[in-house]
Ligand binder design. Structure first.
Ligand code: AMP
Length: 210
């Protein structure tokens, strides 16, 4: 399996790009954040144990995340092209991914962006409750307030995008990120993308790399 991982702070635009690439080019897109939010809605054991970490802006333990991603990847065909968005977030997760049978991490793309930009991106972010389409109250507003342009579903704010949790999420990201970048740099697999540009400009750059 040909795997690319998207690294970057919450709000750096990984999910927006990965969703678009999946819709247009048929990549299998796995967002571990979305998988956990579905598990919470479904009240599964993973969801129940993950919720308290997510509500506080903390990482869900590595062993839970590694099992989750292994379960998602194992049924896929060897010819699959995969984008991982939000995994790995720690070096042990990256090591576990490299140990997975039949998977080959081809590249890690780091979405680089100043922290000051992230706060407004995160607190203004809205998502369609039905189809997951991302919006932003200032930078990417829907045509009709709080209604998804794509499917007409209601737009909601993630509970962890509220200002009081955002700071902790960024702190947690900064604690793990340098080591993760070093991990992929040492393997010569790291590319850095200037994520403080328009969605279209970043998309064009990614198409050159993928
Ligand atoms: P995200 O939607 O990627 O911002 O993820 C939302 C939350 O889910 C994070 O703040 C973590 O609590 C949890 N989460 C998602 N992916 C991971 C991961 N790979 N490792 C640990 N926790 C994760």
């Amino acid at each position: 399996m040909d795997l690319s991982v998207f690294l970057g702070a919450p709000g750096s635009g990984k999910g927006t790009q990965a969703k678009r690439l999946a819709q247009t080019y048929g990549f299998h897109h796995f967002s571990t954040g979305d998988m956990l939010r579905s598990a919470i809605v479904g009240n599964t054991p993973v969801g129940i144990s993950a919720k308290k970490f997510m509500d506080n802006g903390e990482l869900v333990p590595d062993e839970v995340m590694i099992r989750l991603i292994e379960g998602a990847l194992s049924p896929l065909k060897p010819s699959s092209k995969i984008l991982l968005d939000g995994f790995p977030r720690t070096v042990p997760q990256a090591e576990a991914l490299d140990k997975q049978a039949h998977t080959q991490v081809r590249q890690a793309i780091f979405f680089q962006i100043p922290e000051s930009v992230l706060i407004s991106r995160l607190t203004g972010r809205r998502t369609c409750q039905k189809c997951g389409e991302p919006y932003h109250v200032l930078f990417l507003p829907p045509q009709k307030e709080n209604v998804c342009d794509r499917c007409g579903g209601p737009l909601i704010q993630r509970s962890d995008d509220k200002e009081e949790v955002v700071g902790r999420r960024l702190q947690v990201f900064n604690q793990q990120n340098a080591a993760l970048l070093d991990y992929y740099r040492a393997k010569n697999k790291l590319s850095q993308c200037d994520a403080n540009q328009s969605v279209d400009a970043i998309y064009q750059k990614l198409l050159e790399w993928l």
